[in-house]
Each structure stands twice: as C-alpha cells, then as structure tokens.
Design a protein around this ligand. Sequence first.
Ligand SMILES: NC(=O)c1ccc[n+]([C@@H]2O[C@H](COP(=O)([O-])OP(=O)(O)OC[C@H]3O[C@@H](n4cnc5c(N)ncnc54)[C@H](O)[C@@H]3O)[C@@H](O)[C@H]2O)c1
Ligand SMILES: [Fe+2]
Length: 391
Amino acid sequence: MVWWFSVPKIVFGDDALSELELIQGKKAIIITDKIVNGLGLAERVSDILCEKQWSTAIWDGVVSDPKVSTVKEAAEAMKQFGPDWIIAIGGGSAMDTAKAAWALYEKPGVQLEALTPFDILGLRVKARLVCIPTTAGTGSEATKAIVIRDDETGRKFATINPELVPDIAILDPSFVVGLPKELTAYTGLDALVHATEGYISVWKNDFSDGCSLEAVKMVFKWLPVSVADLTNLEAREKMLVAACLAGMSFGNSQVALAHSLGHSMGSVLRLHHGLSVGMALPYTIEFNCTNNNQCASQYAELARMIGITLKDGVKASLKFAEAIRDLMGVVGSPRSFSEAGVKKKDFKAGLEKLVEFAMMDSSLTMNPRNTDSNEIRKIYEYMYDGKVIDF
Ligand SMILES: NC(=O)c1ccc[n+]([C@@H]2O[C@H](COP(=O)([O-])OP(=O)(O)OC[C@H]3O[C@@H](n4cnc5c(N)ncnc54)[C@H](O)[C@@H]3O)[C@@H](O)[C@H]2O)c1
Ligand SMILES: [Fe+2]
C-alpha cells in the first residue's frame, strides 16, 4: 500500500510575508471577509504585490461557514479577473472558500459535495494558491480539506482532494493579533481537536503522529498565554505553528467523531466550529477509550505530552479528557450546551437533525469506535448537561 504525506511550503518567522516578493506571476486575487479586510490585511498583501507591478483584486464576500453559493460567487470573481495566484487571507472560512472556488475556477463543472480524494482535478493550470491564516486554529492552510455548507439544508459537508493542498502557507503572527479573546480560544481548541483526532483516526500514520504530539504540547502551553495576552506575538506565533502542525496531522490522517458532532452543531445550532468540536472532544475521548485498549493507549500517549503519566490507558484517557475540560475553563470556552447558552427547548427541537447530520458526516468513518444514531443522541444528551460519558 502506498501512502502520501502532503503539505504546502510553509513560511514562518518575523519576515514570513517577504515570501510574496519571491513568487512569480502577474495577477492575484485576494479572497477574504469584510472584517479581515477592514483590518487592512488584504491591503498589506496587495501593496507588496503592486510594488512588483502586479495587478490585484480584493474579493471580500466570505461569510463564516461558507455556503456553496458563496463559493460560486468567489469563483465568478476569479473568472472575471483571471488571476494566476489566489491569496486567501482569513480564518478557515476564507481559506476554504478560496480552495473550493479555485477548484471551480479551474474546473467549472466540479460538484463540491461529490468530490473524492481520488478525483484527478488538474488544478494549477490557471492559478496557484497562497493561504495566510488570520486565526490559529483550522490548519486549512495545510490541508486538502474543504468544509462548505449546503444552501438548502444548511448541512456542513467536508470533502478532501489531494490537489487542494495550498502551494504556500504563510504564518505571520501580526495577521492573528487582532483576533478577539473568544475566537482565540475557540479556534485554538479546534487545533487541539485536530491534533487529538489525527492521532486516533483509523488513517493515522507515523508522519501525522509526529505532528500531533508536538501540536498537543504546544496548544496546552501557548493557548492560555494567547488568550490572557492577546498581543503576545510569541504566543500568537506558537499557536499558528501548533494549528499548522495539527492541520498537517489531520490533513494526512483525518478527523473523527468530535468533528462529526461538531459539524452538525455548526449546521443546526450555528455554533462556531472551534467551540463545537472543542466542546465535543472530551466526551468523544471518554466514549472511544471504553473497551478499546489500542485507542486508550493512543490517548495515553497524547496525555504524556502534557505530563499525565498514568500507566493504565483508560485512566490516562479519562485524565486527558479532564485536562481538556480544565483548559477550556481557563480559556473560557463552554464545556456543555447549557454553558454555551443553548436553551433546552432549542436543543430538543434540533436534536434529531443534530443526530441525522452527525451520522451523515464523513469524519465518522475514521472514528476508532463504531457508533449508531442512538449512541450519538445519547452523547449529545450528556453534552447538554456536561455529564461524563459512561457507556
Ligand atoms: N478545511 C479545513 O481543513 C478546515 C479545518 C477546520 C475547520 N474548517 C472550517 O473553517 C471554518 C471556521 O474557521 P475559523 O474558525 O478560522 O473561523 P472563521 O474563518 O469563520 O472566522 C470567524 C470570525 O473571525 C473573524 N476573524 C478572522 N480572523 C480575524 C482577525 N485576525 N481579527 C479579527 N477577526 C478575525 C472573521 O471575520 C469571522 O467573523 C468552519 O467552516 C470550519 O468548518 C476547515
Ligand atoms: Fe476542525
């Protein structure tokens, strides 16, 4: 069997943005959202390119949890402008919009939801892609994944294709420094979930393992510092690296149950992605380690990275889940639906949709423990009140 480990060229450090001076081309379209554009970040990039006599366009129509229609609008802007470089500046929503629109720009007939890892798209004939993350979380700058929302059903779907790995990822902490406290916490937890799920996914491998171990250690060390001092550039840079490492991990191994639950929470209750998957993670650890020594020992290996040295795999896994809840307490991220302010009646009204969408999510197939809709419903119910999983 052949395996691939695909990552972009990753540029980091004080002067990372100077990479833009080296790329060869003539026309770049910047894909971003209005908030990020308002911070002047697109202009900073555009100025560097205009110095080289490039022409640039800024399209700032990205919305959080982008829909297929958002992607089509971005692709239309690309078609009108005809760029040879696409530059995504923003969080996962901007990067995923750019990646998906790039596929449509090059291959207008592509059906995003039907995309598989085995399709030959033939990208990079018209343009190449640079991603500059402004959140330290999704790792989309390093992955072959896109997460898009269906316009009609509102369901978020995740698809992967190896050609969607960006060409260049530029990690510049000054692009993240404006991120508010709550989003710093939520997006940082997303990185922790990627690192953890990349390590227990059934597609895990030696390369993804290395990235996960370092990323877990870094998130526990640097996320509290980032949240406590939003202007700490060292912490911002370390979290960008941790998120990118976690992206390199799960991008080459995939995510699991916490993402199935979390995508569904984003679709049905419109909760932020990082808040959702972060909330789900400890419950999924408790669920997965039960009667599964192999998975329990994998969580125990991650737990060792943060100083949990219990020999028994299940005990170490449960302690790891507890440590994650403690971290969430420190950074101020909700650990249950009730803490997130979801009203019981809204939860009850949405529960069947939550279960249905979670069961349809592609990440479920990578989870080490098989599950069904009854167990998923029960996990969500435990998550409402913050009860430790005991089944
Ligand atoms: N493709 C992948 O590999 C992958 C992985 C994980 C998540 N995702 C997807 O990414 C999306 C979430 O991305 P996200 O968590 O980065 O959030 P986001 O991109 O939706 O941004 C959240 C909010 O933060 C604002 N923001 C972003 N950067 C800022 C900055 N520097 N300063 C101030 N405000 C800023 C945005 O304008 C937006 O309002 C979800 O759709 C999720 O499913 C994709
Ligand atoms: Fe995620």
